[in-house]
Design a protein around this ligand. Structure first.
Ligand code: CP3
Length: 348
């Protein structure tokens, strides 16, 4: 199948496809019983990410069940800090724990020289997926954005506020800039290697962009995103880039106008109709999103009505249907099935 015949890549090249292509953030994960079975066999979560046989299997699980247009590489944003030598552990029920970076000595412990060597199993997973996936399914690679990775590294764990990184960025901007710089280089290297191994599009997850005010957002999120996009466009001009600066509200428009990406993924706080109206005339920039993941847990009539509202709101633009954030662990897989069937018949 030609590059342009894949619905998702058509949309990322700036054209509309009806019905729009669909995939879901966290489409592989704990809501699927077959994922839980593999996860139980894998040992630690990082072992699952670094064992190509298992990572390929869980990437394919949602593709076998649902008529999705994309598979997202099964991995995690925290493999980059891990490959830089920061201790990373996923403890059951507690989320990730990292060896915190709080000063120059902590920064100096991060070592980029073995990045590719440590991430080689991820690249092997990509190579195997490219030959295993059905023809019309696009393989998406990803990385965490530098700010979000820095936030986990400085905080040492997940958080609602990420106070430590926000404070460090204000107390010692040169140190924080060096950390973000190191992560930006690592992210560019990681995404380039995923592309060389076979991913056809990439998404940059800036999950915690929303805790920063305007000036800080420009410095720690927008500027690094622009650098990642520019570097990838230069090295791999044919590979489209999706940005997901979660929670940034109206500042989304800066990302639309200044980052140079091919698509923006909207979180649930941004009305699709508002984004589409603001971007009127803005070339072929595609919008992705943005159904509330909680809708998949609620009554079916509400779920489909909400999906229809999003389809209509995005009707003027190249659109990829997705959620505003990842699928929740308690989601019934049959609901996902119902939604995908509805979306695939919506254009008829
Ligand atoms: O299907 C997919 O979307 C691909 C795989 C994927 C995972 N994590 C698997 C995963 C992707 C794209 C991610 C991205 C990721 N990881 C983000 C950005 C997106 C977002 O959600 O904002 C972030 C912030 C992380 C960091 C992370 N990984 C956290 C905070 C946690 C613990 C919270 C949780 O849900 O348990 C993880 C673990 C994780 N990553 C799981 C999965 C399927 C669950 C772990 C398990 O199976 O025990």
């Amino acid at each position: 199948m030609e590059h342009d015949d894949k619905p998702l890549l058509r949309v990322l090249s700036g054209r509309r496809v009806d019905p729009p292509p669909v995939w879901f953030m966290r489409q592989a994960g704990r809501y699927l019983p077959e994922y839980r079975a593999v996860r139980a066999r894998a040992g630690s979560f990082l072992d699952l990410c670094y064992t190509p046989d298992l990572a390929v299997e869980v990437t394919l699980q949602p593709i076998r069940r649902f008529a999705l247009d994309a598979a997202i590489l099964f991995s995690d944003i925290l493999v980059v800090p891990h490959a830089l030598g920061a201790g990373v552990a996923f403890s059951e029920g507690e989320g990730p724990r990292l060896e915190p970076v709080g000063d120059r000595a902590g920064l100096a412990r991060l070592d980029p020289t073995r990045l590719h060597e440590r991430l080689e199993p991820v690249y092997e997973t990509v190579r195997r997926l490219r030959s295993a996936l059905p023809e019309r399914v696009t393989l998406i690679g990803f990385a965490g954005a530098p700010w979000t990775l820095a936030a986990y590294l400085v905080e040492g764990r997940g958080s609602k506020e990420f106070l430590q990184p926000r404070l460090l960025a204000r107390r010692d901007p040169p140190l924080f800039a060096d950390l973000v710089e190191l992560l930006t280089e690592a992210v560019i290297e990681f995404l380039s290697a995923q592309i060389a191994a076979g991913v056809e599009a990439v998404q940059l997850f800036d999950s915690w962009a929303g805790v920063l005010p305007e000036t800080e957002l420009r410095r720690w999120c927008l500027r690094p995103a622009r650098r990642v996009v520019a570097a990838l466009r230069e090295r791999h001009p044919h590979v489209p880039i999706i940005l997901f600066p979660r929670g940034v509200g109206a500042s989304l428009l800066h990302f639309a106008n200044e980052a140079g990406a091919h698509a923006l993924s909207l979180d649930t706080t941004v009305p699709m109709a508002w984004a589409a109206a603001q971007l009127d005339g803005e070339g072929g920039l595609a919008l992705q999103g943005n159904l509330d993941p909680v809708a998949l847990l609620g009554p079916e009539a509400g779920l489909l009505a909400e999906a229809r509202t999003i389809l209509r709101a995005a009707a003027s633009r190249p659109h990829i249907f997705n959620l505003g954030h990842g699928i929740l662990p308690g989601t019934p897989p049959e609901r996902v099935e119902t939604l995908v069937r509805y979306l695939k018949s919506a254009g008829e």
